[in-house]
Design a binder for this molecule. Sequence first.
Ligand code: ADP
Ligand code: MG
Ligand code: ZN
Length: 478
Amino acid sequence: MNWETVIGLEVHAELSTKSKIFCGCSTSYGSGPNTHVCPVCSGMPGALPVLNRSVLEYAMKLGIALNCNITKNSKFDRKNYFYPDIPNAYQISQLYAPICRDGYLEIEVDGSKKKIGIRQIHMEEDAGKLVHTANESQMDYNRCGIPLLEIVSNPDFCNAAEVIAYLEKLRETLLYLDICDCKMQEGSIRADINLSVRKPGSELGVRTETKNMNSFKAIVRAIEYERERQIETLEDGGQITQETRRWDDEKGTSYGMRSKENAQDYRYFPDPDLPPILIDDKWLLDIKESLPELAYQKRERYIKDFGITLISAAVLTVHKNISDLFEAVALKSGQPTETANLITGEIMRLMNNANILPEDLKWGQSTLCPDKLSTLITLVTSGKINRSAYKETVEEVFTNNTDPEKYITEKGLMMVSDDNAVIEAIKTVLAENQDSVTDYKNGKEKVFGFLMGQVMKKLGKGGNPELVKIKMEQMLKV
Ligand code: ADP
Ligand code: MG
Ligand code: ZN
C-alpha cells in the first residue's frame, strides 16, 4: 500500500559564545565537573539572570540568514519540569514570543529545489549532565546555561534525503555565521526527528519524536526504521502512540522513552526575572549589515565572477577555512581557476592523507601560507617549473612549510629552458637509441613518447616537456 512520510525537525545548536546565556560562567568544554558554575546557573535562590547580548545577536543573525521575521518584542518563558539535570526545576526558553518566526531554507535534492518552512527559532539554556554509576548518580552543572538555539521546521520533509540536505545547509550556515562549531559527535548540533505517515491526500498522522542520533548516517537509519515501524503497525491494524523514542545506533532500532508531553504539561509562563527584549530598526539593520557572505552566496559569486565550475565551487565552500584560503590565494596570485584546481586537487588530497578535516585546517603566515601557494602558482603558470616539480613543492610546503623558491633551487627543480642544454640531451638520447629513431622514421610514432621520456630523465626534474617536444620534433625531421 502507498504511504507518504511526513517529517519535521527540531534542531538544537549550541552557540559558541565565550560565556553562558544568563551569567558570566565560561562555556569551555572538557574541564572538571562543576568548575564552570555560579549561583545563577546552579539555581541558587535569589540569583538573577541577565541575558548575554551575543546570544541575542547570534539568534538575530541566524534568523536573518534563514529569512525569518525578527520579533521586535521578544520574551523568555519558563518551561517547568522536575529532574535533577535542571537545578531551578525549570528551563528558561521561549514559547509565546520567540525571537524569530516564519522563515525558510531552500534545499536542492537531485536538481530540484524546495523551500522548507522554519516555524520559529528560539533561545534557551541547556541542562546539566547526569553521570550514573553502579550505586549513585552524579550531577555536573557545567552545561547548565550553555546557550542554545532551537530551530523548528514545519512538517515539510518527505524523505531522508531532504532532511540531510537541510541539515547540511543549516550546518554550513551556522559555520559561516561563525556562531556554532557544529561538531555533531560532541553534541553541539543535535536534530530530533518528528515523523508520521499517512495515505496521500489525507490528514497528518500521529507522529513520534526520535532523539539521540549523533551522525547524519544515524539520522537516515532512524528515519527509515521509524517509517517502516509505523507502516507495519498501521497495516497490522494498530495505532501509533505519540511518544518520544530513543535511537540505539548499535542495535539499529529505537525504543519508546516516554509518552510525549504537550506544551501545557510544562506549565509555561513568562519568566518574571527577565525583561522583554526590545529590538529597534537601527539595531536590526546593524546586524543585517554585519552578516558575512554565506556559503551559497560565495558559490554563486565564484561561478559568476571566476568562471569556476559548480562542483569546484561546492568543494571550495565545504568549510569557511577552505573558502577563506581559496580567496586569499586567488587574490594574491590573480589566478582563481588555477587556485581552485590546486585546493580542490592537491591540497585536499594532502589533507585527506594527513587526516586533516576542513575544520581543523590551519593556515596563515606560520603554517600553510597563501603567499607561498601563490608564488608556486606563478612559477608553474609562467613556465618556470613543470607540473611534477609543482606537485612536489606543494607537498613540501604543505608538510614542512618550506620556502618554495629555496626548495626549488636546492632540488634543482627550475625548468631547463636553455636551448643548448635541451639540444645536447636530445642528441645524446638519439645517439643511444638508434633503433628507436629508425622505427620512428619508418612510421612507428609511438616511440616518440619513449624518446621524450629518456630526454626528460636526462634533464632531471626541471625538464621542460614543451620545449623538449618542439626541439625533438625538429631534430627527428632531418
Ligand atoms: P511540540 O510542541 O510537541 O514540540 P510542535 O508543534 O512544536 O510539537 O512540533 C514539533 C515538530 O514536529 C515540528 O518540527 C513540526 O514540524 C513537527 N510535526 C508536527 N506535527 C507533525 C506530524 N504530524 N508529522 C510529522 N511532523 C510533525
Ligand atoms: Mg516543540
Ligand atoms: Zn554561571
